[in-house]
Write a protein that binds this ligand. Structure first.
Ligand code: HEM
Length: 245
């Protein structure tokens, strides 16, 4: 679909076939961005400090209502916990299914044509912005059975990776501009989730059921939940394991 944002031409790719055209076949030509992003670095000692602070903060708040999102901003990284190790494969399938239905970016960050080129018979002029609709592709029944349902098992049955080689599932993008934080991002999610599940029993308040949790999202450059989910935390380990070093 060709749009005009003011005088700028913008193409939207909403199928796996067109995503492949822009991110693989013509990747070199669409490897520019309208805006530049800076490369980020990571330091292990910071991640370890963050994890200890995060868990300790949750422990001090156990039994009281609080906004988890305020504390999630302090991320953590540490070795895999017992629970996730024993459920490694299912944990991974849950992570993938979550990113399929709720990719962090509805559209990939905009790509920009470096030169004029021809994509499946259409002339695309230099400077055209391309938006790849990863959200729509992740829910397209052409590629996914029962596309709107949360079924992590689908990733156990089929070996589908999210490294950008499968054009029906690429939450980190693909090609030259694929997310450079791919590996770190996955480690942070796995370790944070692992620590949260290992450290606490998560209970819904009385009268609330999993079916009543809304998974509606706000759409923007990144997606985030529209409504808060209230949960009660019960520590499951000895108290000394929650104190910051
Ligand atoms: C779950 C976590 C993350 C997800 C789902 C994610 C997703 C994405 C996506 C979809 C893009 C656009 C790719 C494209 O246009 O083809 C992107 C770009 C980028 N990401 Fe991530 N990201 C994550 C974590 C991170 C982390 C941890 C870092 C840094 C430490 C990072 C740094 C970047 C940068 C710098 C770009 C721009 C790359 C470029 O323009 O060449 N991301 N990310």
């Amino acid at each position: 679909m060709l749009l005009k944002f003011g005088s700028r031409p913008v193409l939207v790719a909403s199928s796996a076939e067109m995503a492949k055209q822009f991110l693989k076949i013509h990747d070199a030509n669409f490897a520019s961005r309208p805006l530049l992003a800076e490369r980020l670095d990571s330091f292990e000692y910071i991640r370890v400090e963050e994890r200890q602070t995060f868990i300790s903060q949750l422990n001090s708040l156990a039994g009281k209502p609080f906004f988890l999102k305020d504390h999630l901003s302090r991320f953590s990284l540490c070795s895999m916990t017992r629970m996730v190790l024993s459920n490694k494969y299912f944990g991974e399938a849950i992570l993938k299914e979550t990113l399929r239905l709720h990719p962090l970016g509805t559209m990939l960050a905009p790509h920009c044509a470096i030169e004029d080129c021809n994509v499946v018979g259409y002339d695309v002029e230099k400077g055209t912005t391309v938006l790849v609709n990863v959200w729509t592709i992740g829910r397209d029944p052409k590629y996914w059975d029962r596309a709107e349902e949360f079924l992590p098992e689908r990733f156990l049955e089929k070996d589908i990776d999210m490294d950008g080689h499968n054009f029906s599932f690429f939450p980190f993008g693909s090609g030259r501009r694929r997310c450079p934080g791919y590996s770190l991002g996955l480690k942070v999610i796995r370790a944070t989730l692992a620590n949260m599940l290992h450290g606490f029993i998560w209970i819904l308040p009385q009268g609330m059921y999993t079916e009543s949790i809304s998974v509606e999202e706000h759409y923007g450059l990144t997606t985030y939940p529209k409504f808060h989910v209230h949960v009660i935390l019960e520590p499951r380990l000895s108290s000394h394991l929650y104190s910051p070093k």
